[in-house]
Design a protein around this ligand. Structure first.
Ligand code: DGJ
Length: 723
């Protein structure tokens, strides 16, 4: 149902998924979020108006002699002297806009978006038009974006930046955000939300290994289970900005948007700019906030099925050493342990013997693969496996046929090439011929081999990313071109799945995930590191979107050694894969791995549809997390020793999220109740045969767990006993 401006001339109350958002669209100014947090119940028009009025602060000495209304696009014309929502000008003029609302549409829908407000506004003096879309999803996520139009019939408007902001209350005094690097993505940083602007800018031309997937602010010491927390995410795979701002006059904001390089926001007469979506999540604890993102993603029509094929990826098994006989043996062993999809990683195409040559020459290498991949792919299919192939579509080596033939397709400032990274340069996909070439090659290969899955890699940051033809900055156009390329391939090949990989977790964002089916969270398969990386990647993404592989016993990227139960028990919770030269695994190890694959498959629907629960366990050396079925009929939990504890016992472990009034049978899973986890140590008496307890007791009191060696884990399964 669409309501006209007259129906929404008071504050609009958006309510869904236990969240209320009250937006004031009155007074002619841009919309202001007056309240964003726990559901306030059914409020009538008078109460809403009273709430909005009661939220107006007194006028104090400030930048202006009136209260500064801080809109979702904060304006200096209203007296706001913090980060402006809109930065831009026309030859230095029209540097400050003042928008007047011309129309507000309010629409309630039964789908994944529960309530939508569309606000249109004009600044006739600056000759700018603005359209802000603000949506509350059924899961209680708030998302907004803006379109800015240059209405001047003759003169260009230079847009320098557009930031959308959401207010958070004063009790949000602590910030949690994430940094990272290759092999260690999503390192948490916690700090006070001090006065001033805390800004995370990303100019890497991709989302970034160091990107903060969420910038969160919450009540002091907020945790997975407690406190109140608000967070923002910019759904964009190019340069972007995320910020937290607190001003002495009592405003606290979280916001973000695309970060435009000089000239990228040039709007000719009649042209417009559409910002990425900025998502806002609120929760009582991080679990609650995170569940809103998971539910939203799972409600999308394109969300992959819970029954995800278990993958074998060749990278850490053979690297560039692609030998048909070896790969055939690996495929046989992959099928033996239960893999359902075989992904041939980097190294299959012309001139590619190492990372110095060949990128861009997307033809199957005739020497390595005489006769093409047909026989091999046929073998995979005979074994019952799908076929996946690695590409790095945006990249070229200078030592490649394509770069030799088309140096003008390489992104550069115009008169020099940028420094190489991993010996490669970036192809200008906004160049129509480069785009057409890449699309044609990928399309041809997907068609010829009926490729089920593409591992889409992107292994460098964009340095001096100019478009060679005119030397202008081109990250925005590149990002849009990549989206277009993926969308075209997907439209031509329904059912094709794509993994977003970028030196590991360098392209994890809800923009790329609108069109891809999982992310490769990190090149580090070390289970200990993965416990951290997936803990934080999982705040944004549900487990089925996070590729999680069982690596070899001795970790290639850290030198640590881990038992199979720790590696597999860690990978179990994501989209399971294997990245290990199984030829080096003893038959007993392969049999054990096959058991883990079966365990994953047995619980796959639970793991890939259930609610993720992370427990605030008191011992920092122990992590406890699990998944509870949406109907709370069963759950799978793991207790992980991520360090050497100061305590001799693991102690009582609480298991929240179950039906408090139902009884649950809790049993250890055989695969971890073995020598590996706690050899020679005592188990609590209930461990041998399991026990039955009410959900409320499990949540509030918990059960004793065996002590764990460091870098070991154990698993328990819980089943509700229905009366
Ligand atoms: C980086 C990826 O993250 C790896 O998994 C692998 O695909 C290599 N690139 C291949 O070059």
């Amino acid at each position: 149902m669409v309501a006209s401006v007259t129906d929404v001339d008071g504050p609009a109350h958006l309510r869904a998924g236990g969240v209320s958002v009250i937006v004031d669209t009155g007074g002619g100014g841009l919309p202001r979020v007056v309240y964003w947090g726990a559901d306030l119940g059914d409020l009538d028009r008078d109460s809403l108006a009273a709430l909005a009025a009661a939220s107006i602060p007194p006028v104090v000495r400030g930048p202006v002699d009136s209260v500064v209304p801080v809109a979702v696009l904060p304006e200096q014309s209203a007296g706001w002297l913090g980060t402006p929502g809109l930065s831009g000008h026309r030859d230095g003029r029209d540097f400050s806009a003042k928008f007047t609302v011309t129309d507000v549409e309010s629409e309630r829908t039964p789908g994944p978006v529960a309530h939508r407000l569309v606000v249109s506004a004009e600044d006739p003096h600056a000759r700018l038009g603005l359209r802000i879309e603000l949506e509350l999803t059924a899961s209680g996520l708030l998302r907004l974006r803006a379109a800015l139009a240059n209405h001047d019939p003759e003169r260009t408007y230079t847009l320098d930046g557009l930031v959308l902001a959401l207010p958070v209350p004063a009790q949000a005094r602590e910030i949690l955000d994430f940094s990272g690097r290759h092999l260690k993505e999503r390192s948490p940083q916690r700090h006070e939300f001090t006065l001033g602007t805390y800004q995370r800018d990303n100019r890497r031309g991709r989302t970034g290994l160091d990107a903060t997937l969420l910038l969160l602010a919450g009540t002091p010491a907020f945790s997975f289970e407690s406190g109140e927390v608000w967070g923002v995410h910019v759904a964009w795979s190019g340069n972007h900005r995320t910020l937290a701002e607190r001003t002495p006059d009592g405003y606290s904001l979280l916001g973000g948007g695309e970060l435009l390089l000089p000239g990228e926001g040039t709007l000719g007469p009649g042209e417009s700019y559409l910002s990425p979506w900025v998502f806002g999540g609120w929760g009582r604890g991080l679990n609650d906030l995170s569940a809103r993102f998971h539910e939203y993603l799972r409600a999308r029509p394109q969300h992959p099925s819970a029954r995800r094929p278990v993958v074998l990826n060749t990278w850490e098994a053979v690297y560039f050493d692609q030998d048909v006989a070896v790969l055939t043996e690996l495929a046989d062993l992959a099928a033996e342990v239960g893999a359902q999809r075989f992904v041939l990683d980097d190294g299959w195409f012309r001139h590619r013997r190492d990372d110095r040559a060949g990128l861009g020459d997307w033809y199957v290498d005739e020497q390595m693969w005489p006769g093409g991949l047909h026989a091999f792919v046929g073998h995979l299919r005979a074994l019952g496996m799908q076929f996946g192939l690695w590409f790095e579509p945006e990249m070229v080596n200078v030592d490649s046929d394509v770069a030799r033939a088309h140096p003008e397709w390489i992104l550069s400032a115009g008169h020099r090439l940028p420094p190489e990274a991993r010996h490669q340069q970036v192809l200008d996909l906004a160049h129509p011929d480069a785009f057409a070439y890449i699309l044609a090659r990928m399309d041809a290969l997907v068609t010829e081999y009926r490729i089920d899955y593409i591992k889409w890699d992107h292994n460098r940051d964009l340095v001096e990313p100019g478009r060679a033809a005119h030397g202008r900055a081109g990250v925005r156009e590149q990002t849009l071109a990549v989206y277009r390329l993926i969308d075209t391939l997907k439209a031509r090949h329904p059912g094709l799945e794509i993994e977003s990989c970028s030196s590991g977790g360098g392209r994890v964002d809800l923009g790329i995930l609108d069109r891809t089916d999982r992310v490769w969270a990190s090149d580090c398969i070390d289970a200990l590191e993965r416990q951290q990386i997936e803990r934080w990647t999982g705040l944004l993404l549900p487990p089925e979107l996070i590729g999680s592989h069982v690596g070899s016993p001795s970790v290639h990227t850290t030198g640590r050694t881990h038992v199979l139960a720790f590696r597999a028990g860690t990978a179990l919770f994501g989209h399971l894969g294997i990245e290990w030269d199984l030829r080096s695994a003893a038959p007993a190890d392969r049999a054990a791995l096959a058991e883990w694959v079966r365990l994953h498959q047995r619980h796959q629907v639970l793991l890939h549809t259930g609610r993720v629960v992370r427990v605030d366990h008191p011992d920092p050396a122990v992590h406890v997390h699990g998944v509870v079925a949406t109907d709370r009929s069963e759950a799978l939990f793991t207790v992980v020793a991520v360090a050497t504890s100061e305590l001799t016992r693991t102690g009582l472990v609480r298991i929240p999220g179950l039906d408090p009034d139902a009884a649950y049978r809790i049993t250890p899973l055989d695969l971890t109740a073995d020598v590996a986890a706690f050899a020679g140590r005592a188990c609590p008496p209930w461990w041998a045969g399991g026990t039955t307890l009410p959900g409320r007791v499990l949540a509030e009191h918990g059960v004793q767990f065996p002590p764990l060696f460091p870098e070991r884990l154990t698993l328990v399964h819980l089943v509700r006993l229905d009366q």
